[in-house]
Design a protein around this ligand. Structure first.
Ligand SMILES: [Zn+2]
Length: 336
């Protein structure tokens, strides 16, 4: 995970290579679309206006509304959980990951008003708890205005590392690097790292209202809306490839069961935490199939065709783009 505040400059060579790659992908998509109409699945995380958003997860309500209006006018919007074999023209599916409260408080009213369906992949272990998602808590602590010690020593007996933390640049480096390391460990070790971070900064645990996960009541509200479906997104939001098979099964089946208890209905689809190809394995895919999910969402850009593995549906992450930039990103898929 990178800290956008300290994002290093992309070299000219990198920029050139990126353009060549984009051009090649656009060409590939164009030819594929001639043979089979694609479904482009979009990933949102939050609809909110945030003071700071280091992970770039939030789209403002204004941009979200404009994006949906454009999509509704231009494409059929299909439900992620439906069978797409009957799709006859380029279509779009809307998804949300994680289960922030603003999904219900800000996104759902806009979806209902515009009559656009969306699926919400909810991290079951976060629902109704008084914890922030771990990446938000790391941001609050490391980028906060505390009286910092000059260095942070992390030691959990199995992992030991020291970061200098005197300057904002050094804390940005700690922020990016510790989030990357936290992705590799299980929830209990992550909790112990968070405790060490709190102790280092001299702060307790806080839940900022703006960053909280949805409550059980808010989840039920999603379940009652005809424009929303709920999908599973594990219990602890750990990259599944980092866990033994038995733990993966608990995360996959456990989240499905827990959400089904709350909602009183089947939860048919799943989304892999982080969702890049290295964040899950073929065993993970098989576990999703065995758990009874009919489809699973990954998190690398692409569009789904009839030959796409339904357990690895690619998705495009949407950032807080004004409409012209949003359209530019969609153009990579030759459907606008
Ligand atoms: Zn997620």
């Amino acid at each position: 995970m990178a800290c956008p505040d300290c994002d290093s400059k992309v070299s000219l060579r990198q920029a050139f290579l990126q353009r060549v790659l984009t051009f090649a992908r656009v060409g590939r998509n164009f030819f594929r679309n001639l043979f089979d109409p694609p479904v482009l699945t979009l990933t949102y995380h939050r609809v909110n206006t945030l003071q700071t958003d280091p992970q770039l997860l939030a789209v403002t309500p204004e941009h979200f509304r404009a994006q949906l209006k454009f999509l509704k006018k231009r494409f059929p919007i299909v439900r992620f959980e439906d069978d797409w074999s009957g799709v006859r023209e380029a279509s779009v599916a809307i998804t949300f990951d994680d289960g922030y409260a603003d999904n219900v408080l800000a996104a759902l009213p806009i979806l209902e008003e515009l009559e656009v369906p969306a699926i919400f992949f909810v991290c079951a272990g976060a629902v109704g708890t008084h914890h922030e998602f771990w990446w938000d808590e790391v941001g609050r602590i490391v980028m906060g205005e505390w009286t910092f010690l000059k260095r942070f020593d992390l030691n959990d007996g199995r992992f030991r590392r020291t970061w200098s933390t005197e300057t904002i640049e050094e804390r940005c480096k700690l922020y990016g690097e510790i989030l990357d390391e936290m992705k590799k460990v299980d929830a209990s070790r992550r909790d112990s790292w968070l405790r060490q971070l709190r102790q280092w900064a001299g702060t307790g645990e806080e839940v900022r209202e703006v960053n909280r996960a949805m409550t059980v009541g808010e989840l039920e509200r999603l379940g009652q809306s005809r424009w929303a479906t709920v999908g599973a997104h594990t219990i602890t939001h750990t990259p599944l490839s980092s866990l033994p098979i038995a733990e993966q099964r608990k995360e996959i089946e456990g989240s499905k069961k827990q959400l089904e208890v709350w909602l009183g209905r089947e939860v048919p689809v799943f989304s892999y935490p982080f969702g890049q190809q290295g964040d899950y394995t073929q065993e993970t895919v098989e576990l999703c199939r065995q758990a009874g999910f009919v489809k699973a969402a990954a998190n690398f850009p692409g569009q789904a065709h009839r030959w796409t593995d339904p357990y690895q549906i690619p998705r495009l992450v949407v950032r807080n783009w004004p409409l012209d930039i949003f359209k530019k990103h969609l153009r990579r898929f030759w459907i606008v």
